[in-house]
Design a protein around this ligand. Sequence first.
Ligand code: MG
Length: 389
Amino acid sequence: MYEGKIKNIAILGSTGSIGTQTLDVVRANSDRYSVYAICANRSVDKLVEQAREFKPEVVCIADESLYDSLRDKLSVIGFAGKVWSGSDSIAEVVTMDSIDIVVAAMVGYAGLRPTMEAIKAGKTIALANKETLVVAGELICDLALRHHAPILPVDSEHSAIFQSLVGEERNEIEKILLTASGGPFRTFSLDQMRSVTASEALKHPNWDMGAKITIDSASMMNKGFEVIEAKWLFGVEVDKIQVLVHPQSIVHSAVQFTDGAIKAQLGAPDMKLPIQYALTYPDRLKTDFPRAELTRIGSLTFEEPDLNRFPNLGLAYQATKRGGNIPCVLNAANEVVNLAFREGRCGFLQMSDIIAATMAKAHFIEKPTYEDYVATDLAARQIANSLIR
Ligand code: MG
């Protein structure tokens, strides 16, 4: 029986895939963790359901137009805590004194500001929102150092790298081996990829994720983002980060050290393990999550990614090498084309063309401030939108 202090958690994006799985982990460890705040973008009913079960102090919805409906439905279930709305409120929730851990699981650029505020308040960040580090990695890392806010990765690959680095603090990393499932179009020809639809792209073979990230996985932009994320989290230049296509998704990523040793973390493809590890680090808690039965899996294969068919991966390397505000442009253009593809306004391969063109057109800022990022995000969205025909 656990007898330590109960940790209070705020979950940003509590109704999404990572958010609901975080609540699964909390439910199974309610002697250690308590849900202090839940925040979602627009899912009123799911929020109400979660408030009923977890009885947080604060429930927050980003879309202000849904405030009345949320407040009314919460009062029906006798909810006695605070009900807030708007992005300013979310940025405020994360700084509340009682909160120990902020799980940053919002989708996209919207996660940047609340994550920054949580870091400034010195909270422990369980980071699932990779766009935060893609857009403003340097700024975030500086802030985290200055405010002594630990950032623990939730992304399965980065959790695997993080787990492989435990006990290796004094040792130099020669190379990071970042694995990728390859997504549903791994074996498709360029011709076949030209006509794929959103519903085909949304069928991910291994991982169960939200719609935005599933499209990013199919286009391998997700892996490009993860290269940038790894660069900032582990302080490794991108030339030392090698992407390996590993269709079985059992090796979640690996680290090669300067003596040639490779350490990896393996397991079933299930996000609950990296979520739980981010909450319990450096401890491991017993779980009944699925196990990877290696004899049943039989073989593990690895291949080079094809940058011709998946140009997004190359664009991500390019963006982070140019640096400054260009990764922010990459992210903004990708958010625009990702949505356009899901809505049938943009072809699958066209997504990369528009991102590349937006990167070429955007105004370069070498040392962006937070305000520069906000302006860059807006301008890049306008350019990308204007290029969609
Ligand atoms: Mg991942």
